[in-house]
Every structure is written in structure tokens, then in C-alpha cells.
Write a protein that binds this ligand. Structure first.
Ligand SMILES: Cc1cc2nc3c(=O)[nH]c(=O)nc-3n(C[C@H](O)[C@H](O)[C@H](O)COP(=O)(O)OP(=O)(O)OC[C@H]3O[C@@H](n4cnc5c(N)ncnc54)[C@H](O)[C@@H]3O)c2cc1C
Length: 402
């Protein structure tokens, strides 16, 4: 299978990209999923194929090793992958939304050449590490410390729940240069390379779903990170993290959109083929109403995700050039999408499982796996309670702005 050429015209490129991803997902990802889920292993071979196909540099411009397809192209790939599997989409998402895009927005030219180019080419995997045992939703309360010493910062502390944490070559780590200042001046973003002395991968969590992803504890003990690895300004790391999460929440919306379509497809096929009372169950209105609700939510979400992706693309790469209104809209829209998409996905997959009857509860069916995989989207990258706070604060501050 050929990778997608970035030189085709944009619409044709996106259509070609979608069909490449769909073919890859059905021919190469679907066959390994039962084993990946059962054994809870990182799918190395298919991740390597995603790198070969160019998926690891989708929104990054060609001059930095990517395909230059913006958030729109990135969301299209996440959507297509998620129709078949959420783990592959999560691996790509942690690398792209949370690792690479802040590097693209805030990195110096030297950092882009050193870190972004190999990441976008798929030569190095990235992860993002904000959460700590004592700071989840209240992420500004993190206590992993960063103390300046000579040419370095010494990092000390414990991070948890890091997606790609076991495999990543470079981790974007948020640490406190001054705990007392918290998110307003006290947090800095660091690019930490695997193999740096004092940096170790600790416990790997066992999870309900997303069994193809690692969820790692990271430990820092007098870990000396060179000052040139500070991403953005010292004390401005919280802005770096929140900018990454705006992209992450949008791509989670695209992931939920794909998951919903995958579940709808499974439910429709099953309902057309399952006979009860001498009729395919799809003839029953109770089943039809569930399918109709799925279609309506998919339709609405598709419009929302791509409108927000296009808005982020129109804002361009220069953070300093973003207007206050555009920033506020980006943050609000990605919070709305993340929250609604994850709740609609939960409901859609719940109903799709119900349509499968007892079979939906049997371990190893795609719908059973999708049900376990989907639940996390209401929790990670900011719980839905936090998304509602973001939306409410914006409404109170700006009023309703279309
Ligand atoms: C599989 C997985 C992958 C993850 N990947 C990453 C990653 O790659 N990088 C990373 O940094 N983190 C990652 N996380 C962490 C994730 O983002 C956090 O778990 C999440 O933000 C919630 O934090 P918490 O678990 O500490 O919950 P808490 O913050 O303790 O929240 C507990 C409950 O209280 C609610 N709550 C808290 N504060 C408020 C409030 N003010 N108002 C209303 N309700 C509130 C929450 O909504 C939630 O329901 C991952 C987590 C998991 C499980």
C-alpha cells in the first residue's frame, strides 16, 4: 500500500488518505485486535506501518517532515482508524495532539529540527505527561519540581497515567519551576528524552479498555534536562499544555465520531441478519429508533468536528498572531466537542451493544471491546465535568458567541 503523496490537491488528498486508512484498518489492524486486546500488548507492527504510511506527521508541514494536512487531515485519519480500533487512534493522538503540536507551536527552530522532524517522520514516538497522583483535574497543582542548576534543570517527582509512556522516545513533561506560583508563572514544559539519567518508566497500569496502549508511571530523580530542552518560556508551560489539550480534545471528538460509526455499522449488520419472531430484528421499531438516534448523532458530530478543525487550521501556526476571540473560541469549541462526542459515543455504543443482545456481552466481540474502549473518553484530557466548567466560564465571560 502506497503512502499518501502530499502534492495532490487537498480534497483529493483527503479522500485518498481516508481510503488508505480504511484499507489499512480493515486489512492490517482488524485481524490483530482480538490478540492485542487479550494480551494487552502495544501493537508494534501496525504502529510501524502507520509510521511508514505517514500517519505520524499528518498536521505538521512538509518542511518539518509531515504531510501538511492540518487538523482537518489529522481528524480524518483519527476518525477512520477509530471506526476499527480506539487503541491505534489513542497512540497516534498522544503523539500528535499532545506531543508534536505544542512542539510545532512553541518550539524554537533548533528544537523543531531536533525533535519535531524525526517525530513527524515517525522515527521517534512522543508522549505528554501532566497528571500526577495529587493533581488530575486540578492540573495546575502539580508538584514535580524543576530546579535550575548550571546548564540544566533537575527534575524530581512522579507522573502517572502517561499514554505511550513505555514506548515514547521523547516525553513532554510539565514540571514546577515554582510550586507557589502554580499555573500562572510556576509551570514549565520540558522535552525529556528517553535514556536521560534519572528518568525511568515505572508501573504500567492494567486498564478496562484501550489494551493496545501503555499507561505508564514516570519517575524523575535528579533528572538533568538541558536548558535548551525547555519548550516555550520558563513559567509558561501551563499555556503550552492547555494549547496541546485544545487539539487533543478536538481529535478525541474525531475518535468518538469514528467509534460511533464503527458501532453503528456493527449494529446495523447484526440487526439485518438476526431473526427473531420470524423477522430480522431491524424490522422492529424499537431497534430502528436506536439506529436513527445513532445516525443523527453521527451527522451532528461530523459537522462540529470538521468546523472546529477548519477553524484551528485557519488560525495558523503563529501563536502570537492568534486573537483573543480565536483562542477563546478554540478552547470552548474543543471542550464542547470532547464532552458531547464522548457522551454520544457512550450512548451509541451502549445501544449498539444492546442490539447485539447476549452476544454483545461476550468477550472478544468488536462491540464488547468498543464498549470498554469508549468509556475513557469521558475521563481523559480533562473529565467532562471539567469541560462543562470550561464552557460555562466562557459563557459567563463572553456570553454566547457563534
Ligand atoms: C487511560 C488513561 C490515559 C491517560 N493519558 C494521559 C496522558 O497521556 N497524559 C497525562 O498527563 N494524563 C493522562 N491521563 C490522566 C487523565 O487526564 C486524568 O485521569 C483526568 O484528567 C482526571 O484526573 P484524575 O484521574 O486525577 O481525577 P480527579 O481530578 O481526581 O477527579 C475525580 C472526579 O472528580 C471530578 N472533579 C474534580 N474536580 C472537579 C470540579 N472542580 N468540579 C466538578 N467535578 C470535579 C472529576 O470530574 C472526576 O469525576 C490518562 C488517564 C487514563 C485513565
Amino acid at each position: 500500500m502506497a503512502s499518501v503523496e502530499p502534492t495532490l490537491d487537498r480534497e483529493a488528498t483527503l479522500a485518498a488518505l481516508r481510503s488508505t486508512v480504511a484499507r489499512f484498518a480493515s486489512e492490517e489492524v482488524a485481524p490483530i485486535l482480538s490478540e492485542m486486546d487479550e494480551r494487552e500488548v502495544f501493537p508494534e507492527a501496525t504502529v510501524r506501518r502507520m509510521k511508514e504510511l505517514g500517519f505520524f506527521g499528518l498536521p505538521i508541514p512538509e518542511e518539518y517532515g509531515g504531510l501538511g494536512l492540518g487538523k482537518t487531515g489529522y481528524c480524518a485519519v483519527v476518525e477512520e482508524l477509530s471506526k476499527v480500533d480506539a487503541s491505534h487512534a489513542a497512540i497516534l493522538g498522544a503523539h500528535t495532539s499532545l506531543g508534536m503540536t505544542p512542539l510545532y507551536y512553541f518550539g524554537t527552530e533548533e528544537q523543531k529540527q531536533r525533535f519535531l522532524v524525526p517525530a513527524a517522520r515517525g522515527e521517534r514516538l512522543m508522549a505528554f505527561s501532566l497528571t500526577e497522583p495529587g493533581s488530575g483535574s486540578d492540573s495546575g497543582a502539580l508538584v514535580t519540581s524543576a530546579r535550575a542548576e548550571g546548564d540544566c534543570y533537575l527534575l524530581n517527582g512522579e507522573k502517572i497515567y502517561v499514554t505511550n509512556g513505555a514506548e515514547a522516545n521523547v516525553v513532554l513533561v510539565l514540571a514546577a519551576n515554582d510550586v507557589k506560583l502554580g499555573p500562572r508563572g510556576g509551570i514549565t514544559a520540558f522535552l525529556v528524552e528517553k535514556g536521560t539519567r534519572g528518568f525511568t518508566v515505572g508501573r504500567l497500569e492494567k486498564k478496562m479498555g484501550l489494551h493496545g496502549t501503555s499507561t505508564a508511571q514516570l519517575l524523575f530523580q535528579d533528572c538533568a534536562v538541558p536548558k535548551e530542552n525547555v519548550l516555550g518560556e520558563v513559567g509558561r508551560g501551563f499555556v503550552v499544555a492547555m494549547t496541546a489539550l485544545d487539539v487533543g480534545r478536538l481529535s478525541l471528538g474525531a475518535g468518538s465520531l469514528g467509534g460511533m460509526q464503527g458501532a453503528m455499522r456493527e449494529a446495523l449488520t447484526y440487526a439485518k441478519n438476526r431473526l427473531q419472531f420470524d423477522l430480522p430484528i431491524v424490522e422492529h421499531q424499537a431497534i430502528q429508533f436506536k439506529l436513527a438516534d445513532m445516525a443523527m448523532h453521527v451527522h451532528a458530530l461530523k459537522t462540529m468536528v470538521y468546523a472546529a478543525a477548519e477553524h484551528q487550521d485557519r488560525m495558523g501556526p503563529s501563536v502570537k498572531g492568534w486573537t483573543r476571540e480565536d483562542r477563546a473560541k478554540k478552547t470552548r469549541d474543543s471542550a464542547i466537542i470532547k464532552c458531547l462526542a464522548s457522551e454520544w459515543a457512550t450512548r451509541t455504543i451502549h445501544d449498539a451493544l444492546q442490539i447485539h443482545g447476549g452476544l454483545g456481552y461476550i468477550r472478544g466481540t468488536p462491540i464488547e471491546r468498543a464498549y470498554r474502549d469508549a468509556r475513557i473518553s469521558e475521563i481523559f484530557e480533562g473529565t467532562n465535568e471539567i469541560q462543562r466548567l470550561v464552557v460555562a466560564r466562557d459563557l459567563i465571560t463572553r456570553g454566547w458567541v457563534d
